[in-house]
Design a protein around this ligand. Structure first.
Ligand SMILES: C[S@@+](CC[C@H](N)C(=O)[O-])C[C@H]1O[C@@H](n2cnc3c(N)ncnc32)[C@H](O)[C@@H]1O
Length: 275
């Protein structure tokens, strides 16, 4: 079935409206690859009908969610890119651990959970080395994503042998996971540190109190500049002075003016909220 220029334009606009993802015409192959199965599943005779149905419903319906699930990219891994987690371990965590206060952390587009669980493992490992220090409050990791499918996997915390091989050492695997059949499940202590919930970054957010550290990695690349700017402004408002933001390796604050000061640690640029 041919994806006409008109249907492509309309579907790309609807995707932008639903989740902020900005696709140009040269991404038609992606639309065809990812959305073709939905035509049959949702009984659309052609792409025009899919476009009409997406546009026709103002309230969120099953078709909208199916398109969002199909078009988002859940690529992730434990300790993705390595060096940002080393920078967090060296620069961000020690003063917090010494203060006795628990850390409030937000993994903004957490996909299937590897990112927030990597932070949970890191915190647990460091806390074990400072056991004698007083603890005033517990660490809390909030993890959100637009994809319900990803969140279900994240909540179960069960990963295939292939997934655990991506980024986890044997030591961490055996320390923080237990075998479940041929798969591995993150231990309950770690699962209890993370609260997962659905959140669309371009819609309203719950009344968050604020975070010491926000990880917003490998999601802004899918948005256009106005959407990125808007989301970053809102994230910035949730950081106290001295709070930290981490972006993905291909993301930066170019063309966006915010009270965030870059701090280089090894190969990673961290951003610290200034006054
Ligand atoms: C490539 S993954 C990044 C996962 C993780 N942060 C990492 O760096 O490994 C991008 C995630 O962004 C989510 N996403 C895309 N658009 C979103 C939106 N509007 N609101 C919330 N999450 C979104 C996708 O569902 C996907 O899980």
């Amino acid at each position: 079935m041919i994806l006409t220029e008109h249907a492509s334009e309309e579907i790309r606009q609807q995707i932008h409206r639903l989740c902020g993802i900005h696709l140009q015409r040269d991404k038609d192959y992606l639309l065809v690859q990812r959305l073709s199965p939905l035509l049959a599943q949702h009984e659309c005779r052609n792409w025009e009908e899919l476009a009409n149905r997406l546009r026709g419903s103002a309230v969120r319906c099953d078709l909208h969610q199916a398109v969002v699930e199909a078009i988002t990219t859940p690529e992730t891994s434990f300790f993705r890119d390595g060096h940002p987690f080393e920078a967090i371990r060296q620069q961000i965590l020690p003063p917090h651990l010494a203060s006795g206060h628990g850390m409030r952390i937000w993994s903004v587009a957490c996909s299937t959970g590897q990112e927030p669980y990597s932070i949970a493992m890191l915190l647990r490992e460091l806390r074990a080395t400072t056991e004698g220090l007083p603890r005033i409050s517990a660490d809390r990791i909030t993890a959100t994503d637009i994809s319900q499918r990803c969140l279900s996997i994240a909540q179960a915390g069960i990963y295939t042998p292939h997934e655990v091989q991506r980024g986890l050492s044997e030591i961490r695997l055996h320390r923080h996971f237990r075998p479940v059949g041929t798969n591995w499940q993150i231990r309950d202590e770690m699962r209890q540190m993370v609260q997962f919930s659905m959140l669309n970054l371009i819609e309203s957010w719950p009344d968050f109190v604020g975070f010491d550290l926000i990880l917003c990695r490998n999601v802004l690349i899918y948005f256009d500049l106005p959407t990125r700017t808007q989301i970053l402004r809102r994230l910035c408002q949730l950081l106290p002075i001295g709070g930290w933001l981490i972006l993905g390796a291909a993301e930066n604050l170019l063309q966006i003016s915010l009270p965030l000061e870059p701090v280089r640690v090894g190969l990673t640029t961290l951003y610290r909220r200034s006054g």
